[in-house]
Design a protein around this ligand. Structure first.
Ligand SMILES: [Zn+2]
Length: 879
């Protein structure tokens, strides 16, 4: 499962003018943009010592094996219920038994039978205990028939950050009341809620083959796991689709999707020349964009199959985009679901594509679907690989810099999530709720650990190791030990030291790195200290490479850091130019180092990898020496876009001549850089660097001609700073473009400069329509907040219902930042009350009772509003 970047670096927004922001970057023109406090100074918090033994989350004992699941279902749309008949073929796992215990959540069980004879059953607290007709041995299969009604709406919901609901089966707009929204049914089984729509042993270690007969009105398209075997029209205007998967998988991976979807067909050619269907299920208006969105899928299947040495194991690969989805995306075997964030037109895809998520869900088809974590404690066996696939795809498709850049974002996501929610072992047997496992540890940290292991073992051993893990455990469930054993068998090395510290340990190394140049001996002494909190984290064993740059070039020294304090003396020839610890830039660690400015400048030019270059640039460009200034000029031409973005940021601080030079380069970047973030950043730089008429012409040109919505939106916002009248005219023209990024740009202009007649725009985009994505919605809410606080009391009052709606159905970021917005509104209102109080005194003095009463009345209204905003600003009690 993927959670739409929940653990990516989150900027803290404050009220000011927003702009269309991209993915993980902080919105640019938030004037008081406070970065999260010391985000690169993650220190481990105080440890609270336990007062009682924690619960051990054991893997569920297997009493029975489910061998096959056959379902016949149809839907009661009016009541959002499903009528089902389940045929469960099972046998005792080992010990002879005369009962079968199934999970069946919130159902009505009508009857249970075996070979036509009714069986006794007991259905209590979501557990269906069936008394079989006799004792069965483990060699004897039996098939029970269960007639039931699934009632997902009657379920009490819990949910978590990763999965915002646990109904299992979802009816979207079932009565067609919302005109703009497609009527749909879809399922979401992870972690243990497939048992809302069919009785099963709802645990990841269960593996069953499946058949589903889905009966729907003829107008609907259906999707499920496996192959569509037949499609039969019934006399009553319905149709029954029969889907069958002959390879076993876990119940949480079962999927059904129903709606008037268009099926865009694509295909993957297997090495033996046979073709496999790769289909994209989208709403009709997205039919033409489906290949632009998902079109890399066949290339990904080919790449991953080859890399793993295990051919894609399933019948087909389909991806469906649904509405009101409760997670980011889900790896249902061969029938993946995406939330509607995936709907992007070709122009939007220039700024932001979802290949990381596509790769993530696809990679689960080996890690999760083929080999499954046996318990949620071992979830990282699914999610770390899916997370790491994003690196593997970027590396192959876009190069090492892009992969390393995203890896840094993932690491930052882990640091932040751990700081917020606490540290725990990667394989965690003591979690409170199983949903707690879907966090920055299982995903981000796990992914970075795999990368460290790859770096340590080398590509050959690493990929042979995971090939062995997959082939030895296919169609089974595993613990992390099986992963270790596979790597040990391939490499010949005892790897407990690695797995103990990273899988059974908490936190990460915090390293202090210093070096001293012993000029008389031509050696450099490198000292490394481990400073992590040892009540929580182990003393790590870290095999690393140290790169020493001298007059003869770069020399790599392999060392093992495994003490709290250690030093290594390394010889060099001629002049010592720079030392880089962790030459491969693979460690998941916080590294504090002190180097001279010259060394950082050297590191930028010679460090090679993205992180070494980035760190060299960030530190080396801090000074105002001429090498530092030259570094900024050169970094503007760096091959990697993110470093160009950083360089544009830094260019504002350049001195006269360097700044003229930089401005010329940035002017060219604004027009021609292949990356839209660079072009956008360049425009923002130019606001304060070129003269107004030239700037206006440039902004107009970009607004009309740039292929990227991000750049167009930035141009509009920049125009607001130069000529607000003109910006309002252009905003008005773009108001009806149904593109998330442009709408936030329009909102930013309206927010800061717009008059009351523009209120309906905000209401439309924030309440009626649902087309703002991710940061764009929170950006527009920010603009709306500014807009409201510039208007009269009636507007404040009107805005309450918008904020209330956002509190309940805004997206994750909006909900997260809502208290900041309401606090800002409250602050402005209390200023207004202050003014009114002064007015009251003034009116009383002048004996102007009517006006004084009016002002008092308004104060009351503001105070009432204040209470309402107070209420909205209180975040709903989390789990
Ligand atoms: Zn996942």
């Amino acid at each position: 499962m993927n959670k739409i970047s929940l653990y990516l670096f989150l900027p803290i927004l404050l009220i000011s003018v927003a702009c269309g922001s991209y993915k993980k970057e902080a919105p640019e023109t938030f004037v008081e943009n406070i970065q999260s406090e010391n985000s690169d100074e993650t220190e481990i918090k105080e440890v609270v010592l336990p007062t009682e033994r924690k619960v051990y989350r054991e893997t569920r004992t297997i009493l029975s094996d489910i061998i096959h699941t056959k379902l016949e279902v149809n839907f009661d749309w009016a009541n959002s219920q499903m009528n089902g008949i389940a045929y469960i073929t099972a046998k005792p796992h080992f010990y002879t038994s005369d009962s079968l215990i199934l999970d069946a959540k919130g159902m009505e069980i009508k009857s249970v039978s075996l070979n036509g004879k009714d069986l006794k059953f007991n259905y209590l607290d979501d557990v269906l205990k069936i008394s079989l007709d006799k004792l069965y041995k483990r060699t004897e299969n039996y098939t029970v028939k269960i007639d039931y009604i699934a009632k997902p709406e009657d379920r009490k919901l819990s949910g978590s950050a990763a999965i915002t609901s646990d109904k299992g089966l979802y009816f979207i707009n079932p009565k067609g009341e919302k005109k703009d929204q497609m009527t749909q049914i879809w399922t979401q089984g992870e972690s243990e809620v497939s048992s809302v729509w069919f009785p099963t042993i709802d645990a990841p270690a269960t593996k069953t083959t499946q058949e589903i007969y889905i009966t729907v009105d003829a107008k609907y398209t259906t999707l499920s796991n496996g192959k569509l075997i037949s499609s039969k029209s019934n006399s009553n205007g319905t149709r029954t689709d029969y889907w069958k998967q002959t390879l076993p998988h876990s119940p949480y991976l079962f999927m059904m999707g129903v709606g008037e979807f268009k099926v865009v067909k694509d295909s993957y050619t297997r090495p033996d020349g046979t073709k496999m269907e790769v289909n994209y299920y989208v709403e009709p208006e997205w039919e033409k964009s489906a290949k632009a969105i998902f079109g890399e899928t066949p290339a990904m299947i080919a790449h991953f199959s080859k890399l793993l040495g295990v051919e894609y194991p399933w019948d087909k690969y389909s991806q469906m985009v649904v509405r009101e989805y409760v997670s980011g995306a889900m790896e249902n075997t061969g029938a993946v679901i995406f939330g509607d964030f995936a709907y992007k037109n070709e122009r939007e895809l220039l700024d932001d594509n979802d290949q990381s998520t596509i790769a993530h869900e696809l990679f689960h088809h080996w890690f999760g679907d083929l080999v499954t974590c046996e318990s949620w404690s071992n979830l990282t066996l699914n999610e770390s690989f899916a997370n790491y696939s994003q690196y593997l795809w970027d590396e192959y498709r876009y190069g090492l810099d892009e992969a390393a850049y995203n890896a840094e974002e993932e690491a930052e996501g882990y640091f932040q999530s751990a700081q917020t929610d606490g540290y725990h072992d990667l394989v965690w047997f003591e979690y409170k709720e199983k949903e707690d496992m879907f966090d920055g540890h299982s995903y981000n940290k796990g992914g970075r650990i795999l990368h460290m292991l790859r770096s340590y073992l080398g590509d050959d051993a690493f990929f042979k190791g995971i090939n062995l893990y997959l082939t030895a455990n296919k169609f089974k469930a595993t613990e992390f030990t099986q992963l270790r054993l596979a790597f040990e068998e391939v490499s010949g090395e005892d790897l407990n030291w690695f797995f103990n510290q990273w899988y059974l340990g908490s936190a990460h190394p915090i390293l202090d790195f210093k070096h001293y140049n012993n000029k008389e001996k031509s050696t450099v002494t490198i000292s490394i200290e481990q400073n992590q909190n040892l009540e929580l984290a182990p003393i790590f064993k870290l095999p690393i490479e140290i790169a020493v740059f001298d007059s003869e070039g770069k020399h790599i020294h392999k060392v093992v850091v495994d003490q709290l304090q250690e030093s290594f003396e390394i010889p060099y020839k001629g002049t010592l130019n720079c030392v880089i610890i962790d030459n491969q830039q693979m460690l998941l660690a916080k590294i504090h180092e002190s180097k001279s400015m010259d060394q950082y400048v050297f590191q930028y030019y010679n460090g090679g990898s993205f992180k070494a270059r980035r760190d060299g640039f960030v530190e080396g460009s801090k000074g105002n020496s001429s090498p530092s200034e030259q570094l900024v000029i050169d970094a503007l031409k760096d091959a990697f876009w993110n470093i160009r973005v950083l360089a544009i940021d830094r260019a504002a601080k350049l001195k006269a001549e360097s700044k003229i030079k930089a401005t010329e380069i940035i002017n060219a970047l604004a027009l021609n850089d292949p990356n839209s973030q660079v072009r956008s950043k360049a425009l923002l730089f130019l606001i304060s660097s070129i003269e107004q008429t030239k700037l206006e012409a440039l902004l107009l040109d970009r607004l009309e001609k740039d292929s990227s919505y991000l750049v167009a939106s930035t141009a509009l916002i920049a125009m607001g700073k130069v000529n607000s009248e003109l910006a309002l005219v252009h905003a008005k023209k773009l108001e009806n473009e149904p593109v998330s990024k442009l709408l936030t740009g329009v909102g930013a202009i309206y927010g800061e400069f717009g008059s009351i007649d523009l209120y309906p725009f905000f209401e439309r985009e924030l309440v009626e329509k649902d087309r703002l994505k991710s940061f764009d919605q929170v950006g527009l809410v920010n603009s709306f907040t500014i807009f409201v606080t510039r208007q009269d009391l009636e507007t404040f009052e009107k805005s309450v219902k918008v904020f209330e709606k956002l509190k309940h159905s805004g997206d994750a970021y909006t909900k997260m930042y809502l208290p900041q917005f309401t606090a800002y509104i409250q602050k402005i209102m209390s200023e207004k009350v202050g003014q009114l109080n002064t007015e009251v005194i003034q009116f009383e003095k002048n004996k102007n009772e009517i006006y004084a009463n009016q002002a008092r009345e308004n104060i009351k209204r503001y105070e009432a509003l204040n209470r309402q905003f107070e209420e909205i600003g209180v975040s709903p009690s989390e789990k």
